[in-house]
Design a protein around this ligand. Structure first.
Ligand code: BGC
Length: 721
């Protein structure tokens, strides 16, 4: 092929000036392309055998698909991920679940903007940061990458991240759909009926698509018997037909496409990230008529039009390399970690709540636990970020408490730990999880060689070869997986008990990506702070919260039950599993189980009252908010709808807003409602309608229990909606 004068640059100019639509400009490019070039667009550019070096490639720079230098086509230039940019030495933000706990979409949008700038500054144009799978069960190994259990919260936060990313990079939302088990993700068939599929597991994907996400990543698992990456019902009928999505679908990596022709016909444009199944199949399929040229051109048009639209509308200024883990983004990471920290419990000791610590009266602080010296930024899967520096809880506390003796015991010797706790004014125990306990997992047991070699590696020598080659991948992705047990380890529980009995002024700081059951020790300690995987500035942020420099701003994005038996059925090794409409707080409410901590729970350092004052047809509610405490602070106003005639009524989150108020001040807050949870979709006609019911609205600091709903009804503060 000869070089041409109408390349991607010229096409972008026409789109930017409004003289061409992205689709028409894409057609002009497509008209110049050979079949070979067209097919090149449909998979990642990484050569097949380089798949085994992916962790290195990913850290070194973006991974491209469809880059075509002859026409100046950049291709998608992918970089993950959910807690920051995985290339180079970028800012490690608190994990997605920590950010979900901020209930603060405006803050999440700032995180998206920071991630987008860092990604673009390092050559990417496409980000895999937006993970919105719903947390159906807290054992899910990748829970930390998602926004919790509630469709409205997930949708708002995922949309905010998307809007933040888009000025600099195309946003990809993943994993479509029903990907919320880790060990079995490559094999499990998730069975789901139309109602829960559309009303529980998909609304937040739609919210992100509506926020302009340019791309959707298909999931590894099957949905109703068909691989999600090859599924026409998901990728075409729902995504494009019902939702009007006009961007591109890419597969999840390596094992996300099973049938190369069928996946393309189903609406999956790009097999990522390498020349695997499609590179071996599509040329021949096109020649022998199993694949029509129209299908290829339609996919090519979507790929190019999406890139053109992005390049024509993205922010013109190229971010400087210095934005990457620069002071501004590190400060944002620190703020977000404090805003997401959830104070679960803060009882009075000698008449005063233990937190914030009275720093002026401290002389000696004991920091206990093996995790006290770990920065613990999250799992070691595809979302692993390599920040230039980190801060452990011990370092953070030592930095925050100059002149105060801060001792440490790792807890391997329980008696020694109890001794230093007893000698201190306060004991801070850091307990919880690491990447060995939970996270993304790729292991020889759960993948096969079909995608890479073209046949399964059940044959001994191939198995051996695969193991050898995959050691680079396994080196990063090893361990992790779903949690087998939702409590702390027995050793850590014993350590908490010993420390708490040695010092009544004990704070437990929990590290982890999801619910930790704490019934065996919850009553023994006055204060519990859920700090998640708090990012590269995590230790400093934990110190900020404990010392009162910052309020713990977080609220739980899921329920913490008292017993794992109150949760839906979960089997780490399932080959098939049913997802229905009962999970999380809703399931506990239906079964009348009292939670350890309800969905939405979290304490601050002051107290608020909320009163619903109005609800209008414009979908806005107004709430009178008062800070009744003696300290400035912030609250999350939460609005729940419930059917007062249902037995039992089950509250559904329909809106929320963060409000900051000075001590004793009051204000009126307008909250935009999302009444999606009150609607149902007719499976035959795909028409949505209001669910019958006597719907009431209540403003609350936490998901209301039966008593709170009854009080709201009796007070007459509920309105018909
Ligand atoms: C994960 C995706 C990720 C991709 C690329 C896959 O293993 O499931 O979430 O975006 O790798 O890093």
């Amino acid at each position: 092929m000869t070089t041409t004068s109408f390349g991607f640059g010229e096409a972008t100019k026409l789109v930017r000036s409004g003289s061409s639509t992205p689709g028409d400009a894409a057609d002009r490019l497509l008209a110049q392309m050979s079949d070979k070039e067209l097919l090149w667009l449909l998979d990642g550019d990484v050569p097949r055998f380089k798949v085994f070096t992916l962790p290195k490639l990913i850290a070194a720079g973006p991974v491209a698909a469809g880059r075509t230098d002859r026409l100046g086509i950049p291709g998608i230039r992918f970089s993950d991920g959910p807690r920051g940019v995985v290339m180079g030495a970028s800012t490690a933000f608190p994990v997605t679940m920590a950010r979900a706990a901020t209930w603060d979409p405006a803050l999440e949008e700032r995180v998206g903007l920071a991630m987008g700038r860092e990604a673009r500054a390092q050559g990417a144009n496409y980000s895999g940061a937006v993970c919105v799978n719903l947390l159906r069960h807290p054992a899910w190994g990748r829970a930390q990458e998602c926004y919790g259990e509630d469709p409205v919260l997930i949708g708002r936060m995922g949309a905010a991240l998307t809007m933040g990313l888009r000025p600099n990079v195309m946003a990809c939302v993943k994993h479509f759909a029903l990907n919320s088990m880790e060990n079995a993700r490559f094999t499990v068939d998730v069975k789901v009926a139309p109602h829960p599929l559309h009303e529980v597991y998909l609304p937040h994907f739609k919210a992100v698509v509506d926020a302009g996400a340019e791309s959707v990543m298909s999931a590894y698992n099957k949905v109703n018997g068909e691989w999600a990456g090859d599924s026409r019902p998901l990728l075409t009928d729902i995504l494009r037909g019902e939702w009007g999505f006009d961007g591109i679908v890419t597969s999840d990596w390596v094992w996300g496409v099973h049938d190369p022709v069928r996946s393309l016909q189903a609406g999956n444009e790009i097999e990522m990230p390498a020349r695997l199944l499609r590179a071996r199949t599509l040329h021949k399929a096109l020649r022998d008529g199993r694949l029509s040229r129209d299908t290829v051109v339609t996919a090519g048009r979507r790929i190019l039009a999406t890139q053109l639209r992005h390049y024509a509308t993205r922010e013109t200024a190229q971010p400087a390399p210095s934005v990457v883990a620069g002071a501004e983004h590190r400060a944002l990471a620190r703020l977000v970690a404090a805003r997401g920290a959830v104070l679960l419990k803060n009882d009075a000791v000698a008449g005063t709540p233990l937190l914030p610590l009275n720093v002026a009266a401290l002389r000696r602080v004991a920091v206990i636990g093996r995790l006290a010296t770990e920065a613990n930024t999250g799992d070691h899967g595809s979302s692993l970020v390599h920040p230039p520096s980190t801060s452990s809880p011990l370092e953070g506390l030592r930095e925050a408490l100059p002149g105060i003796v801060v001792t440490h015991a790792d807890g391997s010797d329980v008696a020694a730990a109890a001794r230093i706790a007893a000698e201190a004014d306060v004991a801070v125990m850091i307990a919880g999880m690491t990447h060995d306990d939970e996270g993304e997992r790729i292991s020889n047991e759960n993948v096969d060689g079909t995608a890479v070699f073209g046949f399964p590696f059940t044959w001994g020598p191939v198995k051996w070869l695969m193991k050898k080659l995959s050691s680079g991948v396994a080196g990063q992705f090893g361990q992790g997986g779903d949690r087998q047990c939702l409590t702390l380890s027995p050793e850590e529980e014993a350590l908490v008990a010993a420390v708490a009995s040695a010092n009544p002024r004990t704070v437990v700081v929990l590290i982890g990506g999801s619910a930790i059951l704490m019934e065996r020790w919850r009553g023994a300690v006055p204060s519990i702070l859920m700090a998640w995987y708090p990012g590269m500035e995590g230790g400093r942020a934990i110190a900020d919260v404990l010392t009162g420099v910052q309020e713990p701003g977080g609220r739980l994005p899921f329920v913490i039950p008292t017993d794992a038996a109150h949760l839906p059925f979960f089997d780490v090794g399932a080959t098939s599993i049913v997802y229905d409409e009962w999970w999380g707080q809703r399931m506990l409410d239906r079964d009348n189980h009292v939670a350890a901590f309800r969905f939405g729970h979290g304490l601050g350092y002051t107290d608020f009252t909320f009163r619903l004052t109005g609800y209008g047809d414009d979908g806005m509610a107004s709430v009178a908010v008062r800070n009744i405490g003696a300290r400035d602070g912030a609250a999350i106003v939460q609005l729940y709808a419930f059917d007062s005639k249902a037995s039992p009524p089950i509250p559904q989150l329909v809106g929320f807003a963060r409000v900051e108020l000075a001590a004793k001040a009051d204000t009126s807050v307008s909250v935009t409602l999302d009444l999606g949870p009150l609607h149902q979709r007719d499976p035959d006609t795909a028409v949505w309608s209001r669910r019958p019911g006597a719907w009431r609205l209540v403003a609350a600091p936490v998901s209301p229990d039966a008593a709170a709903m009854a009080t709201a009804l009796a007070d007459g503060h509920t309105l018909l909606c």
